[in-house]
Design a protein around this ligand. Structure first.
Ligand SMILES: Nc1ncnc2c1ncn2[C@@H]1O[C@H](COP(=O)(O)OP(=O)(O)OP(=O)(O)O)[C@@H](O)[C@H]1O
Length: 262
């Protein structure tokens, strides 16, 4: 096949909303005699934002850690971009992780580095970018995108909680991941800042066409960001639908999450 056709095929695939990017079937994971994931089934399509709701300790973070190969499941299959994660060798796992951005609750900035240095770090270490003008241009672009254009030379300790979250998001997005995994992105923020971060997550999905899994307890975050909501309970996904569908769900647990939403 001609090189041009191959490129076209790749581009079409990269934009195909029907492509299943993350495919989870009958996933199981136990720690000792504690069965945390009993039977998780989920398809995440390209460009989609899936919000996972569940009470504390239900295995939401464990699911995310399985997706990036940090934990090895005990059963079931877990494919990312069509590859079975369990079968990947070290090198392939490293390549996969380069396509996945992971935003932890803490935001994960290095306190001893300026914002600019924090952002340059994944570019130089992961993508091996050495050209200073490219580094400057990419740092400026991402900081502008997250609304922190003037903060490049500040230290993390000089930033508010919301700004730190934005900088953490910028640091994750700067390598242009195809998948974003958010673990409680609005925890610890006041309601107004939480809403701003949720809106930013939505904007970044549209701008960078990322596929995202968002774990949250924040219903406003779910309302703003979710194309689809799944509810997790006792190691299984028990209900799913759009935010509006879940709002009207007869499922008792869904009702308990949505009871204060008007
Ligand atoms: N590496 C591990 N070793 C042993 N047990 C673990 C490990 N990781 C998670 N667990 C246990 O698995 C269960 C699910 O944890 P997980 O962090 O996935 O919950 P969660 O649904 O994300 O909760 P939260 O909303 O509080 O973050 C917990 O009981 C936890 O103690």
């Amino acid at each position: 096949m001609a090189e041009q056709e191959l490129t076209l095929e790749k581009t079409e695939k990269a934009n195909d909303p029907n492509e299943v990017v993350i495919e989870i079937k009958n996933l199981k994971k136990s720690f000792g005699n504690k069965d945390v994931l009993k039977d998780i089934n989920l398809d995440v399509h390209r460009g989609e934002n899936v919000v996972v709701l569940g009470r504390s300790g239900q295995g939401k973070s464990v699911t995310i850690q399985c997706i990036v190969g940090m934990l090895v499941p005990d059963g079931g299959t877990l494919r990312v971009f069509g590859d079975d994660v369990v079968d990947l060798g070290e090198k392939e796992l490293k390549e996969l992780r380069m396509k996945i951005g992971f935003l932890f609750q803490s935001g994960a900035l290095y306190d001893s580095m300026t914002v600019r240095e924090n952002l340059e770090f994944p570019l130089t270490r992961v993508l091996k970018v050495t050209d200073q003008s490219e580094l400057d241009q990419r740092v400026e672009e991402i900081l502008t995108s997250v609304g922190l254009a003037d903060a490049a030379d500040k230290m993390p300790s000089d930033l508010s909680g919301g700004m730190r979250k934005r900088a953490g998001l910028a640091r994750t997005l700067i390598i242009k991941p195809e998948i974003m995994l958010y673990d409680e992105p609005t925890t610890g923020l006041d309601p107004i800042t939480s809403r701003e971060i949720s809106q930013l997550i939505l904007e970044m999905q549209k701008k960078y066409k990322t596929t995202s899994v968002i774990i949250t307890h924040d219903m406003e975050c779910a309302r703003i960001t979710a194309d689809r909501v799944v509810i997790m309970n006792e190691g299984e996904y028990i209900a799913e639908g759009t935010f509006e569908e879940m709002l009207k769900s007869d499922n008792e647990l869904a009702k308990s999450f949505f009871k204060d939403i008007s």
